[in-house]
Design a protein around this ligand. Structure first.
Ligand code: SF4
Ligand code: SF4
Length: 127
């Protein structure tokens, strides 16, 4: 009997090599400075999806084997079970984040741009 083709065939299990957690939406300079600290660490990324902010940490799952397979597949956690291979970072061509920061320097540039925009707006209001 031949096995049905899976969208995961040939993938190096990208989805098992990081985890991402939602974080509070930054509003103040101090909030952004906290995120700058996350991004100062190797292997981190911050992205925005659906208006929500997430911190991603590149760290492979300890249950991934050398052939990119899950060692505990029948007993994998709920998050893994609910992950849709048809809508993942490898298979979905439209998989893109609204915004992403790969290091603290990118965030610092964004904050400078954002606050410049605010200052201009405030000046226009005062006129
Ligand atoms: S869900 Fe996507 S990223 Fe994960 S193993 Fe399958 S194809 Fe690869
Ligand atoms: S438990 Fe299995 S499916 Fe879930 S992240 Fe780890 S290796 Fe991947």
């Amino acid at each position: 009997m031949t096995r049905e083709k899976s969208p995961c065939d040939g993938c190096d299990a990208r989805c098992c090599r990081y985890f991402a957690l939602q974080i509070d939406t930054p509003r103040t300079k101090a909030d952004f400075d906290d995120i700058r600290w996350y991004l100062a660490h190797e292997g981190t990324r911050v992205f925005v999806e659906g208006g929500k902010w997430f911190l991603e940490v590149a760290n492979p799952c300890r249950h991934l084997d050398g052939n990119h397979r899950c060692r505990i597949y029948p007993d994998r956690p709920r998050i893994c079970r609910e992950h849709d291979p048809a809508r993942c970072e490898r298979t979905d061509l439209e998989f893109a984040h609204e915004r992403e920061f790969r290091n603290d320097e990118e965030l610092v540039r964004y904050v400078a741009w954002r606050w410049r925009g605010r200052r201009k707006k405030a000046k226009r209001k005062r006129k």
